[in-house]
Design a protein around this ligand. Sequence first.
Ligand code: ADP
Ligand code: ASP
Ligand code: MG
Length: 449
Amino acid sequence: MSKFIIAKFGGTSVADFDAMSRCADIILADDNIRVVVVSASSGVTNLLVDITKTTDVSSRHDAFAGIERITLNVLNRLQQPQAVAEPIELLLAELRAMIENGGAVYSSAHKDLIQSFGERLSSVLFAQVLVERGAASLCFDIRRVMRTDSRFGKAEPQLAMIAELAQVHLTPLLADYRVVTQGFIGADDFEQTTTLGRGGSDYSAALLAEAIQAATVQIWTDVVGIFTTDPRLTSDARCIREISFDEAAEMATFGAKVLHPATLLPAMRQNIAVFVGSSREPAAGGTWIAKTVQERPPYRAIALRKSQTLITVKSPAMLHAAGFLTRVFDTLSRHQISVDLVTTSEISVALTLDEGGMTSAFSNSVEPALDELKTFCEVTVEQGLSLVAVIGNHLHSSKGVAGALFHALERINMRLICHGASKHNLCFLIQDQDGPAVVKQLHQSLFSS
Ligand code: ADP
Ligand code: ASP
Ligand code: MG
């Protein structure tokens, strides 16, 4: 393991020049921070997604104007804007050309290429902010290292290749430079730009930490750590000072947006501790995520994930028959659909899909999968549901867990409940519109003592 620290700064942390300057303070205060992973400035990726979604050229130009404004606002605050004016102008010109010559509908490869501009712009600007603060810093194109497969929109990192490329191209720079690079993006074997999925910069940072055997990963964001639930949902939410990999991974998987769901996989593989803190208030401390922690309370946090789809498949053939479930899951797996919760009865099985979290390529595969299921069973689809996950320890073997939950939610229509498979979570489904109130109520009864 090296002494190097990887620091990742999210969209709000690099939203403008002042925000970037605060991040520079954090970096300059610690000589071991050698790799800096940045997101696109706040709002930019959404504008890029808008460009890929609309066929209306003038809407595309409006979105471009928004991106240009955010970019030039930073550029014009630099002491030496001319130092990076050329690469910035080239990037903007390339993006403009893709808007003008892109045709009515973009291919999925073009969509990823367009979405990559946010991080490519912010990283050039941020490296210059560091240079102007006296740091030896450079902007590094992570596509030279972050090798992925070609599943545009949600590309899968190729770990062995990333480690090898990092060794050759990235590690030699770290003795002399603070290397600023892009989160979220990568490239496939054919040098086509790919993306890791929305919010993927956290995952990029953890993957790079694994590749260079970093000592720790820091995730700098707009909250002072990981809370017992999304602080936007209730003012009762409290910051958790220390949490285990398992618990934090469950939180990320079940919707705690503060971490991309896959972030902790590389950290757990290599036992690299992860710190989450606020770039606005670095002195406020934060949350440490590690393998071993001092306390493992029964209730740790509540996560909420909207826009879930519940699919119920029913077949009298399931009665006393072997193979029905295999056939259902085989169909879903061939269509590359991943299932979250599952419950079964005598002749039916209910399962949930995270359609809200799917890229359009994946949600397009749901319809054909359902059509195939319909050839051998009855299929019902319900949408507009939210998944609530209670995360903690020994939930499957502690007394009173289900009782506490049902008591807190006696007036709520719980559509499905999953409990027992994991010692770390208990999940249930409710209507989307009930989500915020349910989390607030449950948080109060589980945490306010
Ligand atoms: P960044 O742009 O820095 O990656 P994100 O918006 O992706 O930031 O993630 C930070 C947000 O995650 C917070 O503003 C907060 O609303 C949300 N969030 C959801 N669940 C939690 C939680 N349990 N603890 C802290 N923040 C959470
Ligand atoms: N910029 C990307 C997004 O907004 C990745 C990230 O911020 O993590 O989804
Ligand atoms: Mg994020």
